[in-house]
Design a protein around this ligand. Structure first.
Ligand SMILES: NC(=O)c1ccc[n+]([C@@H]2O[C@H](COP(=O)([O-])OP(=O)(O)OC[C@H]3O[C@@H](n4cnc5c(N)ncnc54)[C@H](O)[C@@H]3O)[C@@H](O)[C@H]2O)c1
Length: 260
């Protein structure tokens, strides 16, 4: 029943084969979607090569650099998508960044610059992408972002990223309210901890994963594929009545009150 045949799905945030965005892109492709990919460009073009090689089996019809801190790059991305696709059915926002020194120690030590960077890349970017993508959405289009429990509860070392996720989750609700009358849906998946490039910057991530494996109802954490499957569902017509929601894909960890 899950059929995304003919849908244009733009996936941001693939860095390598551990990326959650890679799990999502694979499952969207499996469901029949036409995939487009943006990557974070670097001076030596390493990401372009690495991500390009990785996504080749999905035959992306769009493959573009897009640093979400660069307005010109965002506008150019959606101009090119307009030319090539005409419209977007699915937009996956699966990226975040905070300076490593702001992901451990005391939260009150967060620098102004560190706060601004984390909130800009990890929260504002969703709104900014939607701003440029809005004319390309049509009835039934769907937007999805990735959050974490640290946006609603205090998690050791998550610090400024928790504040960014909180802003991101509220952005989901405001965007859902704005775009709902166009029948465009906006949701987030709050994923359990997974070892990735981004999560390895969070102090004690392995301890967090082991803790989840001990106390989550399913006694494990989740995989990129599981997040990808829920993403495919949320972006499909099967989820046509769901918008503005934060869906936990975390092996049930979020429901637990006593976790010691
Ligand atoms: N790994 C986890 O445990 C976990 C849990 C819950 C939520 N998440 C969220 O999932 C999303 C994906 O992270 P991940 O864990 O797969 O790590 P990842 O390192 O694979 O992905 C992060 C991505 O962000 C991109 N990025 C960073 N700065 C950017 C910029 N300025 N412009 C464009 N792209 C930029 C990177 O290139 C990378 O592709 C993030 O929002 C993260 O907070 C991760």
């Amino acid at each position: 029943m899950l059929d995304l045949t003919g849908k244009n799905a733009l996936v941001t945030g693939i860095a390598n084969n551990k990326s959650i965005a890679w799990g999502i892109a694979q499952q969207l492709h499996k469901a029949g979607a036409n995939i487009g990919v943006t990557y974070l460009p670097d001076e030596k073009g390493r990401f372009e090569k690495k991500v390009g090689d990785l996504v080749e089996p999905l035959n992306p019809s769009v493959f573009l650099p897009c640093n979400v801190q660069d307005d010109a790059q965002i506008d150019s991305t959606f101009d090119q998508i307009k030319d090539q696709w005409g419209h977007i059915d699915i937009l996956i926002h699966c990226l975040a960044f905070a300076q490593k020194e702001d992901l451990s120690g005391e939260f009150s030590n967060t620098s102004r610059n560190g706060f601004q960077t984390a909130l800009d890349v990890s929260a504002y970017s969703l709104t900014r992408l939607v701003q440029s993508a809005k004319p390309l959405f049509r009835e039934g289009s769907s937007i999805l972002t990735l959050s974490y429990l640290g946006g609603v509860k205090v998690i050791p070392n998550y610090n400024v990223m928790g504040v960014a996720k909180s802003a991101l989750e509220m952005s989901v609700r405001y965007l859902a309210s704005e775009l709902g009358p166009m029948n465009v849906r906006v949701n987030a998946i709050s994923a359990g901890p997974i070892r990735t490039l981004a999560s390895s910057a969070v102090g004690g991530i392995l301890d967090m994963i082991h803790h989840v494996e001990k106390v989550a109802p399913l006694r494990r954490t989740v995989t990129q594929t599981e997040v990808g499957n829920t993403a495919a569902f949320l972006c499909s017509d099967l989820a046509s009545g769901i918008t503005g929601q934060i869906i936990y894909v975390d092996a049930g960890y979020e429901i637990m009150g006593m976790t010691e």
